[in-house]
Design a binder for this molecule. Sequence first.
Ligand code: NDP
Length: 449
Amino acid sequence: MLTNEYLKRVYEGVEKRDGHEPEFLQAVREVFESLELVIDKHPEWEENSLLERFVEPERVVEFRVPWVDDNGKVQVNRGYRVQFNSAIGPYKGGLRFHPSVNLSVIKFLGFEQILKNSLTTLPMGGGKGGSDFDPKGKSDGEVMRFCQSFMTELYRHIGQFTDTPAGDIGVGAREIGYMFGQYKRIVDRFEGGVLTGKGIPYGGSLARTQATGFGVCYFSVEALKHLRNDSYEGKTVIVSGSGNVAQYCAQKVTAFGGKVVAMSDSKGYVYDPNGINLDVLFDIKQRRRARISVYADEVPGSEYHEGCKNIWNVKCDIAHPCASQNEMDAEGAQALVDNGCMAVFEGANMPLTPEAIEIVKSNGLLYSPGKASNAGGVATSGLEMSQNSIRMSWSFDEVDEKLHGIMKNIYKACYDASVECGRPGDLMLGANVAGFLKVANAMLAQGVV
Ligand code: NDP
C-alpha cells in the first residue's frame, strides 16, 4: 500500500493514463513501494517532478513490419522500441519476439531495465523493444526477412551512442545476426556497438551467451553465503524455462554442486530425479529447437507433465524462475513454501506476481528480483561494447571474471541499500533503491529534460 502523498499522486496519474497496461503498472508499483522508505529524505524529487518524469518514457516508437512468408503471402507484425531513460547512458535493453508482446510488456521491461542497468555500474540507460512476431515454426528465410524488415524501420532510431538493443525472448544469435547485417547494409558502416549478442566472428563477446544464467548463480552464491552461510552444494533446484537464461543457469547450478531436477517450456515441464542431463537438453533446445517433452521420451527415469505452472509443485531447496513475467502466482509460491524451499532467485524479468512475492518474503525465503540477479546479461553486453570500442577481444575467462565481479558488486549494492533502509537482507528493496538513487541524481544534475 502506498502511503506517501507524492508517490500516491504520481502512481494515480500513471493508473489514469496507462491503466490499460497492467504489466507496466505492476512494475511501477513495486518500485514505488520500495521508494516509500527513502522518499522523506528527498524533498528535491517532488520539487523537480522527478517521479513524473521517471515514469514517462523519453520516446516510444511503434511501427509496421511487413514481410513475405515462404508461400509468397504478405504478413504484417507490429514493432516497438521504448527509449525509456538516458540519464546515465545510451538506451540499452533487449528485443523480444513473442506473440504476447504489446506496449505494456515492452514498457514494463524498459522500466525495469533502467534500474537494472544502473545496478551494473556501467554507463547504460534503459530501453526495450520487440514485436508480436513468433519465430517458432518459421523457416530461416522467414526469420531473416522479418528481421530485415524490422531493422529497416528500427535503424533510424538506434546507434552506438543513442540506443543499443540486444536479445531477449525469441531473439538469439540468429536474429541478432540478421538484424546486424541489415543495419550495416543500410548505414554503410560497421558499427559494432549498435547491437550486442553478436556472433563471435563479427564482434560478439565470449561468455555473452552464458552471462545471464551464470550471473544469476554468481549473485545467488553471494546471497546464500552472506545471508545463510550456505551454498548450492547438495541442493535440489528448479530452473523454469529452457531458453538461453535457463540453460546456462542450470549449467552453473550443476557446476556449483546443485542438482537441477525440473525444467520447463511454455507447454509443460520435465522432472528428472537424477538431475537434468544438460547435454540432452541443450541438443533438444539449441540444435533441434524442439519441445521439452522430447526430453522425457529420450531420458529413462524422467517424466513429462503438461502445464508449465505446475513446475513449482516439485519439491526443491532453491527455485530459479527463468521463463517469463508472472510465471509464478500465489499458488506456485505457496507450493514452494509448503515443500520447504529456502530461496527464490529470479532469472526472468518479473516472473513472480506481487502476491507470490508477498508469500515468498513473508515466509522468510531469500528472494532476489530479476533486475538484480539477471543483470549479468546486460552487464556483459556492456563489456561487449567496451571490446568493440577498443577493438580488442577478451578471453572467455577474462569476461567471466569481470561478470563475476560485477555480480558480487550488485549483490553488495543491494544488501547495503537494504541496510540503509532498515531492512537488512530485503534485496528487492535494496535493488530498487540503489538502482533508482543513481538515476535520480543523474536526472537532477541534467536539469529539466
Ligand atoms: P528464450 O526465448 O531463450 O527462452 C524463453 C523460455 O521461456 C522458453 O523455454 C519458453 O518456452 C519459456 N516461455 C516463454 N514465454 C513463456 C510463458 N508465457 N510461460 C511459460 N514459459 C514461457 O528467452 P531468454 O531465456 O532469453 O529469456 C527468459 C527470461 O529472462 C525473460 O524474462 C527475459 O526477459 C529474461 N532475461 C533475458 C536475458 C538474456 O540475456 N537473454 C537478460 C535478462 C533477462 P517456449 O520455448 O515454449 O516458448
